[in-house]
Design a protein around this ligand. Sequence first.
Ligand SMILES: [Zn+2]
Length: 491
Amino acid sequence: MAGAVTLGLWPLRAAAPSTLYVAFWFDTEDYLLPASDDAAKRLAEMFARRHARATFKVVGEKARVLAARGRTDVIAALAGQTIGFHGNFHSVHPTPAEYSRDLAWHEGVQEFLRREGPGFESVTTVFGVKPACYGQPGSSWTPESYAALRQWGVPVYLDVTDQVRLRDQPFWYGGVLNVLDLGDAVLRTGWSDAEVARACARFDRLHDRLLAAGGGLVSVFYHPCEFIHQRFWDAVNFAKGANPPRAAWQPPPVKTAAESERAFHAFETFLDHIIQQPNTKLVTARELPTLYRDGAYARAWDGDDVRALARAFQRAVSFARLGSAGDWVSAEEGLELLAQAAVSRPSGATTPAFHPRFAFGPASRAEQYLRRGQLSGPGLVAAAGEFLAVLRRTGQMPSVIWVDGQPLRPEDFAATLGAFVERGLADPSSARPVDLVPGSLAAAQYVADDSPQLWGWVIFPEGFHAPRLMELAKLQAWTLKPAALAPVVAR
Ligand SMILES: [Zn+2]
């Protein structure tokens, strides 16, 4: 959608031409083959020559190996691009989803920090810059990684994976901007002339379609090692749970020099084709947060917004688009606004203004013990106050909310508080009890169910499953909402 900008009361259509943003990113991970160091440098220089930038997501051990090999030339070339983080050892078992599989939320956060933190430090130290993004090794995604990213101050999750997928668009989840599976806006080319021609034609169709729709984002990803190897370095050593000692690690088979040249040439042709298209701009993970602002925190929400949420939550608890500017709030932010409105209700003389802050979804899934009954107005107001106090104290939603001594799941609390607040806005004097409204966290539908396809990476032991991890991931759907491309305003 073309952005509609609101100035005062007048919604103006953005007058500037829309832009197609293209994020090129390279998972820079192979620390076995020295030739992959040169491949990374060559790709970085390819972008630098065009005064363009890509994102290089570097593995911690890769950064350490580059330093140990004295490859200051490679480090300098990559540092001239945008640096991201891609895990500490990438494929040495256990990988993040393996070690988090059966952990509770807080354990999973601590274990991610303990195991991946040294890699984050290595990349930061070697390149002299804090990584602009993270993306998991293979499909070894975990919800707890988001809490670590918030601690590290990393605002972007850049990868392609299907654990959370929102209409093939960028989204907010876990308090981080996610650019994951963008559907057909994830583009790659093979190495033959025919494949390059097909990929360029696909880009052209995408270019026209997305620009006609007001702009968009295309994601193009490679691994520097793909340009020089025949098989992935980790498939050779760590497939199906194999975990040989370091001394037994084998380098992967390599392409011939001619095959490798053909790969670089194919990629360069594809890159030049994209760069030359009108209204097309290359972006890196460093720039993505300025393209996708989160409007929920910068503004005050009012009684009309709260009324709309109160109605919506009685039907389904999910993210919502509110206000004249059409900013999105997550289900968590929506519940926070409702709770603020409930608490402020008795002193409604001035026009109230509400401000959410980010909080994680609950750490545990609660049972639905209470399915029907009535709750008192004072009990709901007190519970709303307690809910806000927990958010302030822990930065995370409580797993259970107690109203009149009864345990409610957050989604039931959200729907019931919606009914209470809607009635209170219409009739502030009403002291009648409120019927419990069973709620459902509709936003959780965008988080995948556990399935073999989610964990199809060659590294995982055969039959790998992570149902508990995906249950925690669904609880974090409270934080999910679309990320809208900030409108471009002609000046
Ligand atoms: Zn990788």
